[in-house]
Design a protein around this ligand. Structure first.
Ligand code: DAK
Length: 257
């Protein structure tokens, strides 16, 4: 499949989606978003893929939604626009998605990285929600996910005063998983994705679902949800295989069933 705004490839069991609008700092126009969702959905349905990566280029992961596309929007045109659906679809991807971030991850770009399940950051990465400079506020989860990640005090500075976080600050405050040298950020993300993609596929998907349920549910409901998913895994061949492999001191051979 060839796309206009993204590049895709598979590296073993890892599906990689790379934004390809370098002249516009990978601004997320409708084309980028729809192609990204199409590619991620295809990887999600491919048994040969166990984990995905979304990335940009060295200078920019993505500098936000496309301001030129958004400038003349009205509330009605935005409601009528599939743009919002793309964000909902991203949340519904069932396999893990890792954001490999170098350079700017701003506005919708930062929100997109935060919607992914993990973030591997180059030491050059900068995270921010500068929408206030455009007379708006974040609209794809920035006020919520940033606050959950870094706490209210810092989130207020980021959203109200347009403060950018360095990669080290982002890691210190729990927004990113790891910070790595700029030359190897994508390789490191692929390495992490390969490790995850080599694990029991159904358990990986349910583990992601269980963790993300924490955002949607009170603790008692989240615990009950986790327990149901836990019980469900005892109907899989991989549970028998994993435990038999442990007992017999051999490597498990996952079936994804
Ligand atoms: N949109 C469109 N074009 C952009 C862009 C963007 N977000 N960011 C950069 N570009 C373009 C620039 O216009 C410029 O294009 P030309 O002028 O060369 O044609 C080119 O990329 C290079 O940018 P600069 O010349 O500005 O490069 P610098 O190195 O000087 O600065 C920068 C880099 C990233 C700091 C700067 O470009 C910048 O501040 N960009 C804007 C960042 C920003 O404000 N982002 C937030 C956008 S609002 C929603 C979903 C999502 C959203 C909202 C709702 N729903 C589902 C409801 C998201 C909203 C946003 O993200």
């Amino acid at each position: 499949m060839s796309y206009e705004y993204i590049l895709t490839r598979a590296d073993g069991r890892v599906g990689i989606v790379q934004f390809n609008r370098p002249k516009a700092m990978n601004a997320l126009n409708r084309g980028v978003m729809s192609e990204m969702i199409e590619a991620l959905t295809a990887f999600d349905g491919d048994d040969g893929i166990g984990c995905m990566i979304v990335t940009g280029n060295e200078r920019a992961f993505a500098a936000g939604a496309d301001i030129k596309e958004m400038a003349n929007a009205t509330p009605a045109s935005m409601l009528d626009n599939p743009f919002i659906d793309y964000w909902d679809k991203l949340r519904r991807i069932s396999k893990p998605v890792i954001a490999a971030v170098s350079g700017f991850a701003l506005g919708g770009g930062c929100e997109l990285a935060m919607t992914c399940d993990m973030i591997v950051a180059s030491e050059t990465a900068r995270f921010g929600q500068p929408e206030i400079n455009l007379g708006i506020i974040p609209g794809a989860g920035g006020t919520q996910r940033m606050t959950l990640a870094v706490g209210k005090a810092l989130a207020m500075e980021i959203v109200l005063n347009g403060r950018f976080l360095t990669a080290d600050e982002a890691q210190h405050h729990g927004l990113v998983n790891r910070v790595v040298p700029a030359e190897v950020y994508l390789e490191e993300a692929i390495k992490l994705a390969q490790e995850i993609a080599a694990r029991a596929p159904v358990a990986i998907r349910l583990a992601k679902e269980a963790i993300n349920a924490m955002y949607e549910m009170p603790l008692s409901a989240g615990l009950a949800h986790e327990r149901r998913l836990f019980y469900m895994l005892f109907s899989t061949e991989d549970q028998s295989e994993g435990m038999d492999a442990f007992i017999n001191k051999r490597k498990a051979n996952w079936k994804g069933k």
